[in-house]
Ligand binder design. Structure first.
Ligand SMILES: Cc1cc2nc3c(=O)[nH]c(=O)nc-3n(C[C@H](O)[C@H](O)[C@H](O)COP(=O)(O)O)c2cc1C
Length: 228
């Protein structure tokens, strides 16, 4: 029986309980709580301790205005991510992608071939799933792929930090697909690259889209041991 107070059990609890929230309540998160979350994020390790992440955070009317203007942009302009999106999903990646996509669509009653429903659910990304806050994470272009990795680590600290504070969050590459718009809208300098956006707030636990949990591969599928 694991000791419920040991650090690994606490961490496992946060990892097991966290999920990508796709329907939020309208309630604003108090500024002190957001600052506590951001302070946790600052503890993220990075190569040479460069800490390349910069974070734009929206609240209140600023989130609503951003939601409206981004959605208008998405409906009229092509995607233009700073980082290349995956070119293909093969083998196990294809299977895992299909499985979590099926769980998502099934949770909200979208059946295979329902292109309108699929499109509508895709657009929910740009409504931030009704979240009251969005964080846009950017990296420094000169730091290349490792700068982006550092920001990925930051995202994980943010997600686990949110979970530890009773918040819910959704990491969204979808938001990074309109990077030039985000740069212009928020006055982000040209040397910054958008890694990902995170919608966050309080989960609507009664909504069916929040009712499924994804699985993870077995260790045997990801680890190769060399012992002698
Ligand atoms: C870098 C990254 C980008 C993601 N982009 C999106 C996205 O654009 N839209 C979305 O609904 N979920 C997105 N997700 C959430 C993943 O689909 C989710 O993490 C995965 O299916 C595992 O499920 P879980 O987070 O509920 O454990 C993203 C996750 C990560 C880590």
């Amino acid at each position: 029986m694991p000791d419920p107070h040991d650090a690994a059990t606490t961490l496992a609890g946060l990892l097991d309980e966290r999920w990508t929230c796709r329907q939020f309540l309208a309630d604003q998160v108090p500024r002190e709580t957001i600052e506590r979350l951001l302070a946790l994020g600052q503890r993220t390790p990075s190569w040479c301790n460069t800490q390349p992440w910069q974070v734009v955070v929206t609240s209140g009317e600023a989130t609503d205005r951003f939601r409206k203007e981004l959605l208008e942009h998405v409906l009229s302009q092509p995607a233009a991510p700073d980082f290349e999106f995956p070119v293909a999903y093969i083998d196990a990646y294809r299977e895992r992608r299909r499985a979590c996509g099926f769980q998502l669509y099934d949770s909200v009653g979208i059946v295979k071939g329902d292109t309108d429903g699929t499109l509508r659910q895709g657009l929910r990304n740009f409504e931030f799933f009704d979240a009251p806050h969005v964080a846009i994470i950017t990296t420094e272009a000169d730091l290349g792929v490792y700068g982006a990795i550092d920001c990925g680590l930051y995202v994980n600290t943010f997600l686990l930090g949110a979970q530890s504070l009773g918040l819910a969050a959704a990491p969204q590459a979808a938001l990074a697909s309109y990077s030039p718009f985000l740069r212009e809208y928020f006055g982000i300098p040209d040397n910054r690259r958008v890694v990902v956006g995170i919608s966050f707030g309080y989960a609507d636990l009664d909504h069916p889209v929040n009712g499924f949990r994804t699985s993870r591969a077995a260790l045997a599928d990801t680890v190769t041991w060399h012992t002698s």
